[in-house]
Design a protein around this ligand. Structure first.
Ligand code: GDP
Ligand code: MN
Length: 377
């Protein structure tokens, strides 16, 4: 689950990470008693908000409600602005990038520190690899003091004890909340000390059972903000689905990234081209399957959809149910090819046959059939 900036900052505050004070404004809220200068920030789950105009500074020269209305009128990357965080503006001397996440390839946790944070972090690190440092650490030991001292020296942090406190707190959040990412970009050096200007926290959905109350509270808060009318917005920011639009004509849906990538290779081996890649994100449900199909189906030059499933925790009867729902709701006769195996495979396959949807045991055969269909033979 991705948290909004204001939600992440609540957690930061709880753990003693300095943030600006501020208030959350919902559409139609009556705003009064605001004092400039303020930074007004659209609350969105997509990145690159600042560059897209989602952050405005109010210096008191014009009516603040004018800026607020402008922000509420925005839609950034298909996400409509439904809440604004108003924060007291701070003076920034320097911006630093900080995050803790997993290095899945090496099975370690990693602290990532960038000499210059802010909106151009991706570009600036491409230009200069020296500017970014990866400090892997043992999850049983946590981030050790010498590692923090080393990095503080590398990036010229004067206020070491405060820097250390922030990193320790970030790791505590990472661990206690079962986060997959805790990011501060930027951490600002201000005349008054270090301040987390932005927050990005992603929680591991698989840890729901350990934090039921927290997840429910966060979901409730998100419901107030998430756009209900624009289905694209909620789908594109769905927590478990990964959707990558491409330029071919075969949509691929898989319930695991590995099989998904293998499928992309197979399609290209058979001479086909992929319209989009959609990964359901591990344990899933018929609703998510339905959503994924609708998402993939939106591609204009689509000639067929290939669904590749390996039932472990996922039940093939649930997956079949989602596919049938799609057929019933979206009556466009889009050819769908299914490869399914594993848990409840027989029931899933029977459901598919009953609906005359081709279902295969072999991934090769399914991929080949989809390519043939897309070619028109
Ligand atoms: P993002 O674009 O979604 O990452 O939004 P951020 O919250 O990271 O803000 C983007 C940029 O706006 C920051 O890198 C800062 O340069 C600038 N900014 C945000 N808040 C403040 C503030 O209080 N004071 C100043 N001077 N700049 C700010
Ligand atoms: Mn940011």
């Amino acid at each position: 689950m991705k948290l909004y900036e204001f939600q992440g900052k609540e957690i930061f505050k709880e753990y003693g990470i300095p943030v600006q004070s501020g208030i959350l404004i919902h559409a139609n809220d009556e705003v009064k008693n605001l004092t400039p200068p303020l930074v007004l920030k659209a609350q969105l789950l997509v990145g690159g908000r600042g560059k897209a105009g989602g952050i405005k500074i109010w210096d008191g020269n014009i009516d603040v409600s004018k800026i607020i209305n402008e922000l509420f009128a925005l839609t950034i990357k298909r996400e409509k602005v439904n809440a604004i965080l108003a924060l007291e503006k701070v003076d920034i001397l320097r911006e630093i990038y900080l995050s803790i996440t997993f290095n899945r390839g090496k099975s370690t946790s990693v602290l990532i520190v960038g000499t210059s944070g802010g909106m151009d972090i991706e570009e600036s690190t491409k230009l200069n690899k020296e500017k970014i440092h990866f400090i892997e650490f043992d999850p049983f030991l946590g981030i050790l003091e010498y590692q923090i001292r080393y990095i503080a020296k590398k990036i010229n942090i004067e206020n070491y004890s405060e820097f250390k406190r922030i990193i320790k707190a970030m790791y505590k959040i990472f661990k206690e909340y079962d986060a997959t990412l805790v990011e501060i970009n930027p951490l600002a050096i201000t005349p008054g000390g270090l301040v987390a200007i932005d927050s990005k926290i992603n929680l591991d959905n698989q840890s729901y059972f350990r934090h039921e109350e927290l997840f429910q509270k966060l979901e409730e808060e998100k419901k107030l903000i998430k756009d209900k009318e624009d289905s694209n917005a909620s789908e594109s920011t769905d927590d478990t689905i990964t959707f990558v639009p491409l330029s071919g004509n075969i949509g691929v849906i898989s319930d695991g990234a590995g099989t998904g990538l293998l499928t992309l290779d197979l399609i290209s081996d058979f001479g086909g081209r992929v319209a989009s890649f959609c990964e359901l994100g591990g344990i899933t449900s018929s609703e998510i399957m339905l959503k994924a199909l609708k998402l993939v189906n939106g591609h204009s030059s689509l000639k067929g959809i290939l669904v590749v499933l390996i039932g472990g925790f996922n039940r093939m009867d649930d997956m079949a149910e989602g596919i049938i729902k799609f057929k019933k709701e979206v009556k466009n006769n889009m050819p769908i090819f299914i490869r399914m195996c594993g848990t409840k495979e027989e029931i899933g396959k029977q459901l598919m046959r009953d609906e005359h949807i081709p279902v295969y045991n072999s991934l090769n055969e399914a991929a080949e059939a989809a390519v043939k269909e897309a070619r028109g033979n």
